[in-house]
Design a protein around this ligand. Structure first.
Ligand SMILES: Nc1ncnc2c1ncn2[C@@H]1O[C@H](COP(=O)(O)OP(=O)(O)OP(=O)(O)O)[C@@H](O)[C@H]1O
Ligand SMILES: [Mg+2]
Length: 299
């Protein structure tokens, strides 16, 4: 049976356009290509986990606006089961407007986030968690994230955090997290360097921690010293969602129970995640890399 993981966090509707260069203020440019899909860290991680052969359940707020159908169709196409926190909501889903520069793969993102809803955990959360081998949270919907991580701990399930930025609720979440992989933009109070971020995470109770740095080496730490792990060099077409893909692949590669994690197993899982994330940088949008060999769809 496929490994089941519960992903809790943000879902957006991503409208991605490929541009020759970013427009200046008050300028119009013609897009070279477009892609529309569900987005958000937990959502893209769930889609990646499912693509790799896992059984992914996504706990997020999607709602019943006509645009929500684009999200549910994308999730269905990628065999991600949705548990909607706001099933009847009539307002539009969180939109993310994204421009990707052809040539560099750099992305500019404008988005609302989950802070416009203050949602609590749904009934049946502990059944969802007991049917999963791990819980992955991105820190959005902080009360849901905290409840899910705490229950997972109680039930002996592995907990994984994708830390995109330091948010309200992050400090309360960390004591329930086994594995935290955060981006360079994630700055705990007083942490000015990746080494200080790792030290902060470990002091907060996180056993296995890493900081991703785009094309730079991932810096990671378990019980021993912090160590760098180089990532594959790519000629990026689109780096949008690379961190989310990294998380889906990492969660797929981690052992089912945290006590089975060793330095070699953690470094191996990070290396696998980096190879899948590198593949995702090779084509435009957050889904086409799953269909096309790298480099065959250059926006
Ligand atoms: N230009 C790149 N070349 C190779 N690998 C990359 C590149 N950009 C990202 N990656 C891979 O994706 C991982 C995550 O990237 P990054 O640190 O940019 O994540 P992030 O800041 O969370 O981004 P996001 O969440 O917006 O996708 C990196 O550790 C690396 O493995
Ligand atoms: Mg990220």
């Amino acid at each position: 049976m496929a490994a089941s993981v519960l992903f809790a966090g943000l879902t957006t509707l991503d409208l991605v356009q490929s541009v020759e260069r970013m427009p200046s203020p008050d300028e119009k440019v013609t897009a070279l290509g477009q892609a529309i899909s569900a987005g958000g860290p937990a959502t893209n991680a769930a889609v990646t986990f499912s693509f790799l052969g896992g059984s992914a359940t996504l706990l997020s707020a999607v709602g019943a606006h006509p645009l929500a159908e684009v999200i549910t169709a994308d999730l269905a196409e990628h065999a991600v089961r949705l548990v909607d926190l706001t099933p009847g909501a009539r307002d539009a889903p969180a939109m993310s407007t994204i421009m990707v520069t052809r040539g560099t793969g750099d992305r500019a993102v404008v988005s609302v986030n989950a802070a416009r809803h203050d949602l609590g955990p749904p009934p049946g959360l502990s059944e969802l968690i007991s049917g999963s081998r791990a819980v992955h949270v991105d820190g959005h919907h902080p009360r849901v994230a905290r409840a899910a991580a705490r229950l997972a701990r109680d039930l002996g399930r592995l907990t994984v955090l994708d830390g995109g930025s330091w948010k309200p609720g992050t400090a309360e979440l960390l004591p329930h997290i086994d594995v935290a992989v955060v981006s360079a933009d994630f700055r705990p109070p007083g942490a000015e360097t990746p080494e200080a971020t790792l030290a902060f995470l470990r002091a907060s109770g996180v056993r296995w921690a890493a900081v991703t740095r785009g094309p730079g080496p991932v810096l990671w730490q378990g019980p021993g010293e912090a160590r760098p792990l180089p990532v594959p060099a790519v000629d990026p077409v689109d780096t949008l969602g690379a961190g989310d893909v990294f998380h889906g692949a990492l969660t797929f590669a981690l052992p089912p129970v945290v006590t089975d994690l060793t330095e070699d197993a953690f470094a191996g899982a990070l290396g696998f995640a980096a190879s899948v994330a590198a593949a995702s940088c090779g084509s435009f949008g957050t889904r086409s890399w799953m269909r096309a060999p790298p480099g065959s769809d250059r926006g």
